[in-house]
Design a protein around this ligand. Structure first.
Ligand SMILES: Cc1ncc(COP(=O)(O)O)c(C=O)c1O
Length: 449
């Protein structure tokens, strides 16, 4: 099996891979490698898919999860496509502010928001604080009071649902650092506190049950648990949620065997269930909100690498090393994530051997793909890994002092730089040599001469 082609990817008449109407090898020549590439058409199409099936059909709010991929240009795309933006730190919020993203469409998440971040968000006028715990509610209430304002709040609950996905991306179970658990009574305590606090306007309830989810039944279960909780609160306090936010999590195709359901099915199913459960509890149907991240940005991104060392261990494995790796894509090292890839300059050739794609970091776990069939790889070949749009750039690091790659936005034969490549100077920009070490440094330089 070759790599599945996503969005505007195609193999042209010369047997080369193109993205957005430009050969990957040409992008590599112009911008260097490793290089993140964002397919503008596909990114926009994924936004529109959600907008059409959730917003236009049901008036639901679609909030793009910035943690998957955020920078100034991406904020502009999200804004243009009419989605909201989920930010989970002061840095993500700052990016949204710098991009002039409309603040009333910003949703501020995080399990440990600092008072400084809360103040920043109050000053910016974010649309909603997604309160994660009681402590946060109290700090938010007092800071909002000092600033003579009221904060619109949605409380994040832990519904106690075990979504069928990787341990590290499960978030709905009780033993989670996120949210207030329904089963322990803490969720109810949080709601009652929010209703008492004078500088807080409680708008709704939130949950996020995990990521890379393929079974829509998990969302139906989440609606049931959330609405049964809302029903209980209504009976006890009279309060009903105006908004129910089901978080993100819809899975995507990375490699053979991944079978994500269509967004339309997801929308129809949860909306029908939400209406049913609202009626059951004698409530108006709350406004639905969803926070897709990976399913918007993931398939729209790919990464271009140059092949370096090719090493065969006879009878064991052939390693094809590329000029990036876990520093620009830590997902295989973190979650054993699977990917597909193609040799872009040999995309018309049939596979000749099974190899493993390694990075260049000093870690044996620095692998991108284990066991993939490719044409014979040689130094200088251009390797493209697909579906790297989510949790790659935003999780990238400078391990081994590798400068972070550039990112380009491609569309209709045009490529625009949207993130500059870091250089070595960027790597030492924030390093400081204290005075007491300066002398020894000079001595070292002198003796080196
Ligand atoms: C609160 C919240 N919303 C949305 C998302 C986005 O999830 P995904 O990228 O799986 O759609 C996450 C991911 O961790 C999250 O924590």
């Amino acid at each position: 099996m070759g790599m599945r082609l996503h969005g505007t990817m195609r193999i042209n008449g010369r047997g080369r891979l193109e993205i957005g109407g430009i050969e990957a090898a040409e992008l590599a020549r112009r911008f260097g490698t490793p290089l993140y590439v964002l397919d503008e058409e596909l990114f926009r199409q994924n936004c529109r898919d959600y907008h059409r099936h959730f917003t236009e059909k049901y008036g639901a709010e679609v909030i793009y999860a910035g943690k998957t991929l955020i920078n100034l240009a991406v904020c502009r795309l999200v804004e243009e496509e009419g989605l909201g933006l989920d930010v989970a730190s002061g840095g993500e919020l700052y990016t949204a502010i710098k991009a002039r993203f409309p603040m009333h469409r910003v949703y501020f998440h995080g399990n440990n928001k600092s008072p400084g971040e809360i103040k920043m968000a109050l000053e910016a006028g974010v649309g909603r604080f997604m309160a994660d715990n009681l402590q946060e509610l109290l700090v938010l209430n007092s800071l909002a009071g000092e600033m003579k304002t009221r904060a619109d709040v949605i409380i994040r609950l832990t519904p106690g649902i075990e979504a069928h996905t990787h341990e590290y991306v499960k978030t709905g179970q009780i033993d989670s650092k996120f949210g207030l658990a329904i089963q322990t009574g803490q969720a109810e305590e949080g709601v009652r506190a929010a209703l008492r606090l004078e500088n807080i306007r409680l708008r709704g309830l939130h949950c996020h049950i995990g990521s890379q989810i393929f079974e829509l039944g998990s969302y139906v279960h989440a609606v049931d648990v959330m609405m049964d909780f809302a029903g209980k609160i209504k009976r006890e306090t009279g309060w009903t949620p105006e908004e129910i936010d089901l978080g993100g999590g819809l899975g995507i195709y990375y490699a053979e065997g991944d079978n994500p359901p269509p967004v339309s099915e997801y929308a129809d199913l949860v909306m029908a269930r939400l209406k049913m459960k609202s009626a059951e509890h004698g409530m108006e149907t709350p406004r639905l909100m969803v926070e897709p991240g990976r399913s918007v940005s993931g398939p729209a991104g790919c990464t271009i690498y140059t092949v370096g060392t090719v090493k065969e261990i006879p009878g064991v494995r052939k390693y094809v090393a590329v000029d990036g790796g876990m520093a620009d894509n830590p997902r295989h090292a973190l979650y054993q994530a699977r990917y597909e890839a193609v040799l872009a300059n040999k995309a018309g050739l049939p596979p000749a051997e099974v190899v493993s794609v390694a990075g260049k970091c000093c870690e044996s776990g620095d692998m991108l793909i284990r066991d993939i069939a490719l044409p014979a790889a040689e130094p200088g070949d251009i390797l493209v890994v697909s579906c790297t749009g989510a949790y790659n750039y935003t999780m990238s690091m400078n391990y081994n002092r590798l400068p972070r790659p550039a990112m380009v936005l491609v569309r209709g034969g045009r490529a625009d730089l949207i993130v500059k490549r870091e250089d070595y100077e960027d790597l030492v920009r924030n390093d400081v040599i204290p005075d007491r070490l300066r002398k020894s440094g000079l001595a070292g330089v002198a003796s080196a001469r």
